[in-house]
Design a binder for this molecule. Structure first.
Ligand SMILES: [Fe+2]
Length: 316
């Protein structure tokens, strides 16, 4: 791991999760996503100490433990550190138990608590709320906050005054899509809207939460299109499944079989979460309906639905 300059005062530390490092004139630092808790944070602290840099601010793009799990260690080490996130992300960052209840779909299990505990060192308080459209000013520099909702409801992106856009997990790289052809998300409609909105944002380069490189705006929009196509294929897949009534477990099994995926307990919950976002979108749009068949909740195409093309339901 090393600190690399992107442009001007904007740097990054590559890793399992990428961390943005904005260095102010007085050698204080804003981190964008700390990453998982544990050894990674000790490495980040060493890298910054070597350069005589002190963290004073953290922005979390969203609540996931691989983006905010290290907040506590950074706050403990550098002391006077202020954390910023959206309101919805703050709820989960400060209350991992609520986040785990959400993932479980009810009361969290000890299995999930144990797994998450590997990545969240200890929950840390979020000091300030920032929302899309805000222009956060720190030491005379402006950080534009953009809407990246979809992956989570409160996901945000950050554009530094060097024109570098940090996207969190709004989208994943082409390499990852070629392997999985799937996006983890909580809100299908927001995901589409956030991807589409990228073309309206002024930036020179982008950094994804998980990728080995940075991207020009043109490359970023190409990746966004690639992600968009994946979402369209997901809608088509679900609609094809629902020509006959199916319960949720049947839909998940069909999906996992189709992708030739063997998943573990946690991954199953996460896949279920994303498929549920797709089902919820189609249900709210009236494209599908639910029925209770002998006390089994099933989904099926609504009577009005015409299945000429999956994309017809996703106009934005
Ligand atoms: Fe995430």
């Amino acid at each position: 791991m090393q600190l690399k300059n992107i442009k001007g005062k904007t740097n990054w530390i590559r890793g399992g999760t990428n961390t943005g490092v904005y260095i102010f004139e007085d050698r204080t630092v804003l981190l964008i996503d700390t990453g998982i808790g544990g050894d990674r944070q000790e490495k980040i602290i060493n890298i910054l100490e070597e350069q005589k840099l002190k963290v004073r601010y953290i922005i979390n793009t969203h609540e996931h433990e691989d983006h905010s799990g290290g907040n506590y260690q950074i706050k403990e080490y550098f002391k006077d550190v202020k954390v910023y996130s959206s309101h919805k992300a703050k709820i989960y960052i400060e209350n991992p138990d609520i986040y785990m209840d959400f993932i479980t779909g009810g009361r969290r299990t000890q299995k999930l608590v144990d797994e998450m505990g590997k990545y969240i060192f200890k929950e840390a308080k979020v000091d300030y709320i920032i929302e899309p459209g805000d222009e956060l000013e720190i030491k005379g520099h402006i950080f534009k906050i953009i809407d990246c909702s979809g992956h989570t409801e409160g996901s945000i992106g950050v554009v530094t005054d060097d024109g570098i856009l940090f996207l969190g997990d709004l989208m994943i790289s082409r390499n990852s899509l070629d392997k999985f052809d799937f996006l983890f998300m909580c809100d299908y409609e927001s995901q589409i809207r956030s991807l589409d909105n990228l073309r309206n944002i002024d930036f020179e380069y982008s950094v994804l939460g998980h990728s080995s490189g940075i991207f020009t705006k043109r490359e970023t929009l190409e990746i966004a299109n690639y992600n968009y196509d994946t979402l369209m294929r997901l809608i088509e897949f679900v609609l094809n499944q629902l020509e006959e009534p199916r319960d949720f477990d049947e839909i998940i099994k069909a999906f996992l079989d189709h992708k030739k995926l063997r998943c573990n307990y946690i991954a199953y919950l996460e896949y279920r979460n994303s498929l549920n976002a797709t089902i919820a979108y189609l249900l709210d749009a009236g494209v599908i309906k639910y029925i209770l068949d002998d006390n089994i909740l099933k989904y099926v195409l609504s009577d009005e639905t015409l299945i000429e093309s999956g994309s017809m339901f996703c106009k934005i």
